[in-house]
Ligand binder design. Sequence first.
Ligand SMILES: Nc1nc2c(ncn2[C@@H]2O[C@H](COP(=O)(O)OP(=O)(O)OP(=O)(O)O)[C@@H](O)[C@H]2O)c(=O)[nH]1
Ligand SMILES: [Mg+2]
Length: 370
Amino acid sequence: MAKIKKCIGCGIELQNESSEKQGFVPKSVLESRKEIYCQRCFKIKNYGEYLPVEMTKEDYRKEVGKQAERADVVLAVFDIIDFEGSFDDEILDILREKDSIIAINKLDLVPGEKHPSEVSDWVKERLADEGIAPLDIAILSAKSGYGVNGIIRKLRHFFPDGAKAMVLGTTNVGKSSIINGLLGDKKVTTSKYPGTTLKSLENIISGTKLTLIDTPGLIPEGRVSDMVCEECNLKIVPANEISRKTFKLEKDRVLMFGGLLWMKVMNSEKAIFSAFASKDVSFHETNEGRLEDLLRDHSGDAISPPCEKCRDEYAALPMKKEEWTVESGEELVFKGLGWISVKRGPLTIEVTIPEGAEIILRDAFIKPRR
Ligand SMILES: Nc1nc2c(ncn2[C@@H]2O[C@H](COP(=O)(O)OP(=O)(O)OP(=O)(O)O)[C@@H](O)[C@H]2O)c(=O)[nH]1
Ligand SMILES: [Mg+2]
């Protein structure tokens, strides 16, 4: 039997039987060419079209587990803007066991001046908290190209005789974009939608003995961005520099991150803090008494995300209330959404958020403006 061909964009096995199923290509293409894109990749690459897939979260996990066994080193990619949202238990487990280089991507989205070495120190400490000691950390932007070649240097330094490097991470952190940067070619399919890469995919960096294995992104627990529709997901995951707004709120005032979560100030001394999220997430200040009316009348338009389409579904999610006290120099992170950074604390708040969403307290990544 002839060897099964794989799509060079997303790794899926190619077939010519059903155009409704993933991996489809016309028979003539399948038989004549060596390097082939499936119909889905063709549409993503040429028309930016989103096409749902049949793969499940578990299929992705299986594929990642298989590749982790073969790889000599893991190139783990994290999104600097949603660092905690890029954490997944399986990824952390793999990193505790295998040699790794950590790539912190999307540096271009960080507001203001932040020196890469500062980011690197902060990441090192956060990973040490998780029991992870990587070989090295690279700070980069696949978008601007900054720091991409540094990864090749690091891989060559630690593996002078060559290596199979598996690129690992949650969906949308930019794994495939980094691979394209390393290959110097836009060969692999990337898109703004999560779940672009379907199976593993190998490429050799020319002029080296380094093989890169692209893998599908894992979907971690607890991200707010996974609880809304596809369009709102795109709004929550920042594509451009994020927005930052500073607040000094009276007791009982409420700050809303769109209609996704809200926090009531509990302390009588006014604390000062900044809120960070994608520019498409609107911040609103209100009174507790007005909150319900606002959500009922404006969620989906003035207060969004969620949008009109997914607001009812979001409103039906079971919610939880959690009280948090955040000291000066600390941040409270809402996984898959954004964070607040306290300049003058302590700030005590009662946060209302879907039960499945995770909240994390950390040392400040971005100190509020003076
Ligand atoms: N601003 C910015 N966007 C980036 C950067 N790297 C990737 N992106 C964008 O992030 C989105 C996801 O990129 P991909 O490379 O497809 O991400 P992936 O990790 O391979 O995603 P999956 O295959 O779905 O797991 C795309 O819209 C990219 O353009 C970066 O450095 N900066
Ligand atoms: Mg990908």
